[in-house]
Ligand binder design. Structure first.
Ligand SMILES: [Zn+2]
Length: 339
């Protein structure tokens, strides 16, 4: 009797591992036959030997045998459900295929350019600041030496909201807000979205990113402007880059200049990227007009300063060879995941 009870204990313990090891419904079926089969199943064999026992021992062994049989049946059933579930998934996908690499997102090419510009100017002591996108016409035009009837106010005609509030046509109102909030010395870079009533085409967008900078202190001259912006061009475009300053006009700077850099593609000998000139225009700059200082309460006899503004979208197009500005706004993953 003790022999049969021990055999049943071992069988129950071993059956668990055997059942869990079955990887397919077919394997599980052969485990079932081995354990419970009517002809040669191990439990069946034990039950057959009950006849060899003394009659008083039979009920205890029989009860134990039925207990083990029930436990094995329950385990087989549970395993069978697990395998059925898995094979359903296996029919849908090949689980042995390597996982597809998922794109976890990235930074937009314009944001990359903005961050890089801000990092370079941070080394020169410029702080990154932001301001509102909806402005009053005073901040957007008047304080920047552009009376509302001045042609320059038309040039930058933007989208008007209510009561003299408009979508800013440049980031320059943030210069005014910064100077109102802080006394000199001031050194800031201002990235942000600006708005123009431009037609949507390959090189124009009605909303685009701009970044500008402002430096104000006692004794600042045009030499500081040229030196800083030339050094910026070398840092951003490469050490052999040259910068050129052409006279220009902006209402809020005097004198004003357009800043060109030697073509990054041909190095200055002329190619299609620079339209054969060897130069590429990257920004406008100039010495802050004394009238601008007066509108924020700075003493123009004591302080001088310079400012620049550029379009990071255009610079991203140059840097990455992007042919159409609309690609920057399409949110097409096939385009964006290249950066
Ligand atoms: Zn060129």
């Amino acid at each position: 009797m003790a022999d049969l009870i021990r055999e049943l204990d071992e069988l129950e313990a071993g059956a668990e591992a055997e059942i869990e090891a079955a990887a397919t419904p077919a394997e599980l079926e052969s485990v079932r036959i081995r354990l419970l089969g009517r002809k040669d199943g191990r439990i069946t064999a034990i039950l057959r030997r009950l006849g060899e026992l003394a009659p008083e021992d039979r009920p205890a062994v029989g009860a134990r045998a039925n207990e083990v049989k029930k436990a094995v049946q329950d385990r087989l059933e549970a395993r069978s459900e697990v395998l059925a579930g898995r094979s359903e998934v296996e029919r849908e996908v090949d689980l042995t295929l390597p996982a597809r690499p998922a794109w976890s997102g990235g930074r937009h090419p314009v944001s990359l350019v903005v961050d890089e510009i801000c990092e370079i100017f941070a080394r020169y002591g410029f702080t990154r600041v932001r301001g509102p996108e909806a402005e009053t016409d005073w901040y957007n035009f008047v304080a920047l030496n552009t009376p509302l009837d001045h042609p320059a106010a038309d040039m930058a005609d933007t989208f008007y909201l209510d009561d003299g509030v408009l979508l800013r046509s440049h980031t320059s109102p943030v210069q005014i807000r910064t100077m109102q909030a802080y006394d000199p010395p001031v050194r800031v870079v201002v990235p942000g979205l600006v708005f123009r009533r431009d037609t949507w085409d390959a090189s124009h967008a009605p909303a685009f990113e701009q970044i500008e900078g402002l430096a104000v202190d006692e004794g600042i001259t045009f030499v500081d402007l040229k030196a800083t912006l030339s050094e910026f061009a070398r840092q951003f475009f490469g050490p052999s880059t040259r910068a050129r300053f052409r006279p220009s006009f902006f209402p809020f700077t005097e004198p004003s200049a357009e800043v060109d850099v030697s073509c990054t593609i041909c190095g200055g000998s002329g190619c299609s990227a620079c339209k054969g000139t060897g130069w590429i225009e990257i920004m406008g700059a100039g010495m802050v007009d004394p009238n601008v200082f007066e509108s924020v309460g700075y003493d123009p006899e004591r302080y001088t300063g310079w400012a620049f503004g550029m379009g990071p979208g255009r610079i991203a197009m140059l840097r990455y060879g992007i042919p159409d500005i609309r690609l920057l706004y399409d949110s097409d993953m096939r385009f964006l995941e290249q950066f």
